[in-house]
Design a protein around this ligand. Structure first.
Ligand SMILES: Cc1cc2nc3c(=O)[nH]c(=O)nc-3n(C[C@H](O)[C@H](O)[C@H](O)COP(=O)(O)OP(=O)(O)OC[C@H]3O[C@@H](n4cnc5c(N)ncnc54)[C@H](O)[C@@H]3O)c2cc1C
Length: 396
């Protein structure tokens, strides 16, 4: 059996997925280099709501993703203490139609192992006085608030402490290929302007919504659908819990309290190029309108910021809005298409990045004949503040 330290793995992408993978592979003993074209977390990861999903949002229509979320939610609380506000979430029914969704919602949560507590209107309003007084019923679930950037920094800090190399502002401009094998990447350092070749035994494409572009450099196709959504931050922390609408996932049906702000999200459409994302004004308006149906005060709160980010969803090009696509993830070993040395991981959520990394690292181990079990369920992550300290020791 080979030793992990005999192999060098190059990870493309410094979002949640690449960060968790660098941690997993470094713990298993691999030599790891992660390259990121901008600052780490500058892709989709640094721009999400900051919701630690319980999975309840997906429990009825996307149970695979719901199970992944609840399992990872509990693991992350253990391995990343103090990274989350354990504020829970409420799914609120405002209309009769919402109330009719209660039964399938509770059934779905039970099937997926998501704990629930049904609350009367009075109980819900006592917990969250700014809820719409028309609320009919609410369900409490173990959602939480996280800082979108700090959790990946904790994965990266721990990876650095275990010997991984992290190179921000380093863009892959091409993959190195010989006889059907990817053996590294040509990278451009955006600080020095210099290009060089980085050699690797396995290259992992963790480029999120850009994964299709990286895969094309290897001559393979990955079914990734960049699916943007608009997020709106308003001044004021109008609730302490995460508020969700009790209905099938739709526009403007999540409000996440983040420090003194409230983040309202989101919309969903599909694009070809994740580098060109609009913030359509009608989407911003819709966030205010839909958010106000759950918490009226957000409807006239002052706009702090509005932005968009693209989900890296796995699915067919026929998808029209992205809502119909699962939030689960998929790992592709491109050996099945005749390309050796190259693996892609796409889809999922920031909440499920650790699980995505575990699956991908298992694939890497199988490819190179290494037996090294995953340890990321147990190892406590270093604090996010260790990241820049440790990076400095590498010369950045
Ligand atoms: C609007 C919105 C709200 C969301 N809210 C939540 C939420 O509340 N909770 C949750 O759990 N999930 C949420 N998600 C999903 C979550 O944000 C994503 O699933 C996750 O961040 C994807 O991480 P990633 O690492 O796969 O991709 P990314 O974070 O996009 O990372 C890929 C990285 O690859 C880099 N890259 C691209 N090309 C190259 C290259 N050539 N060379 C080097 N680097 C390259 C990019 O710069 C980028 O940093 C949300 C998504 C959206 C769009």
């Amino acid at each position: 059996m080979s030793r992990a330290s005999d192999f060098h793995v190059l990870i493309i992408g410094g979002g949640a997925t690449g960060a968790a993978l660098a941690h997993d592979l470094a713990l298993r003993g691999f030599r790891v280099t992660l390259v990121e074209r901008g600052e780490v977390t500058s892709g989709t990861t640094g721009r999400h709501h900051g919701l630690l999903h319980s999975g309840a949002r997906y429990a009825v229509r996307d149970p695979e993703s719901a199970r992944e979320c609840i399992e990872e939610n509990f693991i992350l609380r253990r391995i990343a203490p103090d990274s989350f506000e354990l504020n829970d979430g409420l799914f609120v029914a405002i209309t009769e139609e919402d109330e009719a969704y209660l039964e399938p919602f509770l059934e779905g949560c039970e099937t997926c192992g998501i704990p629930t507590q049904v609350l009367t209107r009075e109980q819900a309003l006592q917990m969250e006085p700014n809820l719409n007084p028309k609320v009919r019923v609410a369900v409490r679930v173990p959602d939480g608030t996280m800082d979108a950037m700090r959790l990946p920094l904790r994965f990266l800090a721990t990876a650095l402490s275990n010997g991984a190399v992290v190179r921000p502002f380093t863009e892959v401009v091409d993959l190195l290929r010989r006889n059907g094998t990817v053996y590294g990447a040509r990278v451009r350092n955006h600080i020095t302007g210099r290009e060089e070749d980085l050699l690797a035994d396995v290259v992992v494409n963790a480029a999120g919504p850009w994964a299709g572009r990286i895969a094309a450099m290897a001559g393979v196709d990955v079914p990734v659908r960049p699916s943007p959504g608009v997020l709106v931050a308003v001044e004021g922390r109008w609730t302490n819990m995460v508020i969700n609408r009790l209905h099938p996932a739709g526009d403007g049906d999540i409000i996440v309290p983040q420090r003194g702000l409230s983040i309202i999200g989101t919309t969903s459409w599909v694009v070809e190029d994740p580098d060109h994302l609009d913030v359509p004004p009608d989407h911003v308006r819709r966030m205010f309108e839909k958010g106000a149906e759950m918490v009226p005060a957000v409807g006239h709160a002052r706009l702090w910021a509005a932005w968009s980010a693209a989900r890296p969803l796995v699915g067919s090009r026929e998808a029209s809005t992205g809502r119909e696509l699962s939030r689960t993830f998929k790992c592709f070993d491109h050996a099945s298409e005749g390309v050796e040395g190259f693996v892609t991981i796409v889809g999922g959520k920031a909440t499920t990045a650790r699980a995505m990394a575990e699956t991908t690292a298992d694939v890497v181990c199988r490819k190179v004949g290494v037996s090294a079990p995953c340890r990321t369920r147990e190892v406590t992550l270093l604090p996010h503040t260790a990241y820049y300290d440790l990076l400095t020791t590498q010369g950045f």
